[in-house]
Design a protein around this ligand. Structure first.
Ligand SMILES: Cc1cc2nc3c(=O)[nH]c(=O)nc-3n(C[C@H](O)[C@H](O)[C@H](O)COP(=O)(O)OP(=O)(O)OC[C@H]3O[C@@H](n4cnc5c(N)ncnc54)[C@H](O)[C@@H]3O)c2cc1C
Length: 387
């Protein structure tokens, strides 16, 4: 930990524990995520405590990935923590991307309110399975864009768009003749209709995950992010850090689940002794400790690679698979050792279990990462194999 990230992380942890844990039972934390009223209330507190958007520095710079890990792990100690301090997905990844690729005008108009925590954003890439659009394979993108005068016109459908309901900024992906493109749009826009927000297993992200129709959305040419046809290249810039930041936040949540499970088994008795003294229970928490530590090491290893200036595509795939699968095991064991209490909403353990189940799918399902790693193994082998 650097001195500056240690100081920020300590402030964030104290804030999340003291001010945000009490909100976990707030009825405004709904099954479609916390309401915007709740988000703003928590952000006002975060602003006051000087922990809002803590990974972005006063001069507009960004903490290193390693430092970001220190801070985001602590923000994840509550499922509401990342929303409260503005380190949540998809905003954290969108802030990073606009910071890297946006023009000064983009930054002033779109990025500044996101960093200030007054605007939420959404990232529009995935398309409905029923249309056979972009999903695990983004190259299947069906949403189109073409130029008309000095505007781009965008048409298509998108799905699982986290936070679209209530967002003020959108990054929309579509295909032109040149290939994939990204656009910055102000939301809401009459050309973008929310068809529905499905019920999903998770519930931490404001606005849920919407199904969207885009009908003749007109975007001024200067709101294209980067160049026409380069959209997948920019998606790559966002991809590794965004994947890793999910690992950071959910690692924090899994650590908290372990804390709660530990408290339970060190107080509850069965068959004449504390649960922790039954080997079957103690071993589960011991295995959690090992999984948590391995997940943490994986996060810091990958963060270092990104900090060295590499894209880290393969490394972030490895980290995403290892961490999401490890945290799933941790959450499941926490539920199990808490008996019936583990599956109730009385603690956040059951929510952490649900959230991490979804995490194994978004930002690339486990199998897709393994498949792309297998392709790399083959490429590397054939590249080195003697003729
Ligand atoms: C909670 C949540 C939030 C999300 N937020 C956003 C968002 O904000 N913006 C956005 O654009 N998208 C978002 N997504 C979409 C997410 O990125 C996609 O769900 C993911 O890319 C998988 O695409 P799909 O759902 O179409 O699954 P499909 O492409 O239909 O794949 C289904 C399954 O097939 C298997 N599979 C696919 N390819 C392979 C392969 N090569 N080898 C082996 N198995 C394979 C995997 O098990 C995969 O889970 C979100 C999804 C969820 C669940």
């Amino acid at each position: 930990m650097s001195e500056r990230s240690e100081a920020i992380a300590a402030r964030v942890e104290a804030f999340v524990r003291d001010k945000i844990f009490p909100y976990e039972k707030d009825p405004r934390a709904t099954s479609h995520g916390p309401t915007d009223e709740l988000v703003q209330e928590m952000r006002d507190l975060a602003r006051e405590a000087r922990v809002l958007t803590p990974h972005v520095l006063h001069d507009g710079g960004h903490l290193t990935q390693r430092e970001t890990a220190d801070v985001l792990i602590r923000s994840g100690l509550s499922p509401l923590g990342p929303v409260a301090v503005n380190t949540m997905a998809p905003d954290e990844g969108n802030i990073y991307l606009i910071g890297k690729v946006g023009t000064p005008k983009h930054k002033e108009r779109f990025l500044a309110p996101m960093v200030a925590g007054t605007a939420r954003s959404a990232f529009f890439m995935t398309e409905p399975a029923e249309d056979n659009g972009a999903g695990s394979d983004p190259s299947m993108m069906l949403t189109t864009c073409h130029m008309e005068g000095n505007h781009w016109v965008v048409n298509g459908r998108k799905t699982f768009i986290t936070g679209a309901q209530g967002a003020k900024v959108g990054i929309v992906m579509a295909k032109s003749e040149d290939g994939a493109c990204m656009f910055l749009v102000e939301l809401p826009d009459p050309a973008i209709t929310i068809e529905r927000v499905p019920d999903t297993i998770d519930s931490s992200m404001p606005g849920g995950h919407a199904l969207i129709r885009i009908d003749n959305l007109r975007v001024p040419a200067d709101q294209m992010l980067g160049q026409s046809g380069e959209g997948f290249k920019y998606a790559q810039i966002r991809l590794s850090p965004a994947r890793l930041s999910h690992c950071m936040r959910w690692l924090g949540a899994a650590k908290r689940a372990q804390e709660i499970a530990t408290r339970y088994v060190c107080n509850r008795k069965a068959f004449g002794k504390l649960l922790i003294d039954h080997e079957g229970v103690g071993f589960q928490l011991a295995e959690n400790l090992i999984d948590l530590r391995q997940a943490e090491l994986m996060v810091y290893w990958c963060a270092d690679i990104l900090d060295q200036g590499h894209l880290g595509t393969a490394e972030s795939s490895m980290a995403k698979v290892a961490v999401s699968e490890a945290l799933m095991r941790v959450a499941d064991r926490c539920v199990q050792v808490m008996g019936g209490t583990g599956v109730t909403g009385d603690t956040i353990v059951e929510q952490v279990f649900r959230e991490i189940r979804a995490f194994r799918i978004y930002d690339g399902p486990t199998e897709v990462h393994k498949w792309s790693l297998a392709k790399k193994i083959k490429r590397d082998f054939l590249g080195k194999a003697p003729a």
